[in-house]
Ligand binder design. Structure first.
Ligand code: GLY
Length: 403
């Protein structure tokens, strides 16, 4: 009796799941999007074959701009190769992903700023998820220990940057790097690394948000007194306006920190933050934000596809842990469909080989405006893979959860 019953249930599950895919517009589009991503990245790999560095964006002449391992974006290209391998299981992508990941071994003790989580979590963290190896674990533990040297006990926070005019600046982006610490605390690193991550997230919750729930980019502290010296708009339009990618980092950071710690205040923040962004009056109907939520809406105002991709990835995860997750998944699906449309998805052979067009890096510095950015591709692919796992009923392990 039992085996027959099991056989019937799994057949039924397959039929139901196939029917669900047929009705799901994003699932229907996904093979074509990954095919496009694959064509683009194969083309880019050929373009950068003899270059020892890692792709970040394009130059004004359309050629690929690559960066050294010390650049904060260096981990995303290997991460994207891992995601292409995760999608189709191809050994070719795995071989490339491993080769590009290993280029970052030289920064395993990187202490230059807070970005070690981006650089090594997105490269070696995905390597560990998809090709477990003690060497990956060792690199990640070293990277976490190096990041923790930036912890300032008097503030209970990690110092993000060392440069002037700041004294002890903490940027909202820093939330993204805490997953490296929580992972290490569970995997042979010092258990204090988890306390550091929690303390940083708690202090950020206290000091980094406007009364309307949006996040500042930079809060500069005096480590002697613990007081806030100044708050800066920096990559945003103004200290009073919400820089789009900063909001995305903050949202993703609190979703991830809730998953990593179970602390209810992080989930509350993630839910309220998501609602503020989803209902923002300046959000275009296609759900890809302008580069700053306070920027004047209009066709000439640059968008930031990278912010949309980070928000979508965060919302897909949030949809699985929030008490009423459906609106978050619906919103993320809409964003991912927009990003998968010709309005944002690069035509084959264009865009330097990157997948998404129309991101904005640092507009006030007149840098990287309306261009492809490797991290837009990263969070787009991650969001799609997270979404696919949910629809297919598969368990997809996040970096922070992998052993
Ligand atoms: N973490 C730097 C940026 O988002 O531009």
């Amino acid at each position: 009796m039992k085996p027959t019953h099991l056989f019937l249930s799994s057949s039924l599950a397959f039929v139901l799941s196939a029917a669900a895919h047929a009705e799901d517009a994003l699932m229907a589009k996904m093979p074509a999007v990954f095919e496009r991503a694959s064509v683009q990245y194969k083309g880019m790999l050929e373009k950068v074959e003899s270059d020892p560095n890692l792709p970040r964006t394009i130059k004004p002449d359309g050629s690929v701009l690559t960066v050294k391992p010390e650049d904060w974006t260096s981990g995303f290209f290997p991460g994207n190769l891992w995601f292409l391998h995760e999608y189709d299981g191809s050994p070719m992508w795995k071989e490339k992903a491993l080769a590009y990941t290993r280029r970052l071994e030289v920064i395993r003790h990187f202490k230059g700023n807070h970005d070690g989580g981006f650089m090594l979590g997105c490269s070696y963290g995905n390597a560990l998820r998809l090709s477990p190896d003690d060497e990956h674990r060792a690199v990640l533990r070293d990277a976490a220990a190096a990041l923790a040297t930036r912890y300032r006990p008097s503030l209970g926070m990690i110092q993000s940057w060392d440069h002037k005019p700041f004294t002890c600046p903490v940027i909202i982006d820093n939330m993204m790097n805490l997953e490296l610490l929580t992972w290490a605390a569970k995997n042979g690193g010092d258990s204090k690394l988890r306390d550091i991550a929690i303390s940083h997230a708690d202090q950020t919750l206290k000091n980094h948000f406007r009364p309307d729930g949006t996040a500042y980019h930079v809060v500069d502290y005096d480590p002697k007194t613990g007081w806030i010296r100044a708050i800066y708009g920096m990559q945003g339009a103004d200290v009073r306006t919400p820089w789009a990618r900063g909001q995305a980092w903050g949202l993703y950071g609190y979703v991830m920190m809730h998953r990593e710690t179970g602390k209810p205040e992080y989930l509350d923040k993630a839910v309220s933050f998501a609602k503020v962004l989803m209902n923002h009056p300046n959000l275009p109907a296609d759900k890809v934000p302008y580069w700053d939520f306070g920027a004047k809406p209009g066709d000439d105002t640059p968008r930031d596809a990278s912010a949309a991709a980070v928000i979508a990835s965060a919302l897909v995860e949030l949809s699985q842990i929030a008490p009423d997750g459906k609106p978050f998944l619906d919103f993320a699906r809409a964003q991912l469909l927009t990003l998968s449309s010709p309005a944002f998805l690069a035509e084959p052979g264009t865009n330097g080989g990157f997948i998404l067009t129309r991101s904005t890096g640092h507009l006030p510095a007149k840098s990287e405006i309306n261009v492809p950015l490797v991290y837009a591709d990263y969070y787009f692919l991650e969001a799609l893979l997270r979404y696919r796992a949910i629809v297919k009923g598969e368990k997809r392990i996040h970096f922070g959860q992998v052993k």
